[in-house]
Design a protein around this ligand. Structure first.
Ligand SMILES: NC(=O)C1=CN([C@@H]2O[C@H](COP(=O)(O)OP(=O)(O)OC[C@H]3O[C@@H](n4cnc5c(N)ncnc54)[C@H](O)[C@@H]3O)[C@@H](O)[C@H]2O)[C@@H](O)CC1
Ligand SMILES: Nc1ncnc2c1ncn2[C@@H]1O[C@H](COP(=O)(O)OP(=O)(O)O)[C@@H](O)[C@H]1O
Ligand SMILES: [Mg+2]
Length: 275
């Protein structure tokens, strides 16, 4: 297992070209947020917008629309019970699962609609649904972002054994289309096609609801703008905890929304560095 270094931020976060518009920085579609978990998609959306995604849409329960507009007027909203096919295929990145609850039909719709060139990030309830109702995962660029219990449900690897990279690696080989895996814990691991990394930043000040929803939104925002995908995922995951670590010099607990507020100044700093 390799320790991920700050170098990943210098590599991935680049200055924006002058000749550009929002269409150059990716379209992100977020699907989640049932009536009880509206906060999850607000935190996804805030993180994606602050990471620099060009256009962000949220397909969610209509009871969440006003709150999303209040927190993130940059994001567009749509009812997740409508036919989402057109919205899905016109997106660069689809993030499904944060606060989704038990909406299996919606997950199935996304899995069957997504196209090979697209990026699909699967988080939260969608991972639990996949464990309960195994589905064929689509031929596309896949990223799974489970916490330890979600990974235990999916892989049947007990949390106590998840520090054994070879076991997690073996479980990933069972997928016909090997996904990138962000296995979240106090020592988050990232599994790419042929390497395993651990992030050396972050701490218990991050142990608060919505922290993973914010990470998923950041991964979506980075994946929308930066290539290759594995590097974008690693940079987002590193940045998420590095921002929290910086905030923790002054705060006992680092709130997810506070992290989102720091993403843009943090990215600017890294975009200015000599490469
Ligand atoms: N404000 C909101 O709307 C929030 C919505 N959320 C959503 O709520 C849904 C349920 O997710 P939860 O994760 O709360 O519930 P889960 O039931 O999926 O997972 C929580 C269970 O996992 C166990 N666990 C073991 N190791 C863990 C680890 N390293 N990290 C987290 N849990 C661990 C906990 O003890 C608990 O029993 C998800 O869709 C999630 O996105 C949460 O993100 C919390 C905030
Ligand atoms: N003690 C800790 N040390 C470092 N990071 C932590 C700690 N506790 C939680 N985190 C991070 O917080 C996030 C929690 O994700 P998750 O459990 O999915 O949150 P939620 O679903 O509530 O948004 C992960 O990125 C995890 O690595
Ligand atoms: Mg989560």
């Amino acid at each position: 297992m390799r320790i991920l270094t700050e170098q990943i931020l210098k590599e991935v976060i680049t200055k924006r070209p002058s000749v550009s518009y929002k269409g150059n920085f990716g379209r992100v579609l977020i699907i989640g947020g049932n009536p009880n978990y509206g906060g999850a998609v607000i935190m996804n959306a805030m993180a994606a917008v602050h990471s620099g995604a060009g256009l962000v849409s949220v397909a969610t329960d209509p009871s969440n629309f006003t709150a999303i507009h209040c927190h993130t007027p940059e994001a567009m909203v749509t009812d997740y019970q409508q036919d989402l096919k057109a919205l899905i295929v016109s997106s660069d990145v689809v993030l499904i699962g944060s606060g989704l609850g038990d909406q299996l039909a919606l997950l199935q719709k996304v899995l069957t609609s997504i196209e090979p060139h697209q990026i699909l990030i699967i988080d939260g309830s969608a991972l639990t649904l996949l464990a309960q109702h195994p589905q064929v995962l689509p031929d596309c660029h896949l990223v799974l972002t489970p916490h330890q219990m979600e990974w235990e449900r999916l892989s049947h690897i007990a949390i106590a054994n998840q520090n054994q990279a070879d076991l997690n690696w073996q479980a990933l080989q069972d997928y016909t289309n090997q996904p990138l895996l962000v296995l979240k814990s106090n020592h988050t691991q990232i599994y790419t096609e042929n390497e395993v990394y651990q992030i050396p930043v972050g701490g218990p000040y991050q142990a608060t609801g919505g922290m993973g929803d914010t990470l998923a939104g950041m991964i979506a925002g980075f994946a929308a703008q930066f290539k290759p995908l594995a590097s974008a995922v690693m940079a987002a995951t590193y940045a998420h905890s590095a921002i929290a670590q910086e905030l923790a010099q002054d705060y006992y607990v680092t709130l997810p929304t506070q992290i989102s507020g720091q993403i843009s100044p943090f990215m600017r700093r890294y975009s200015q560095l000599d490469k």
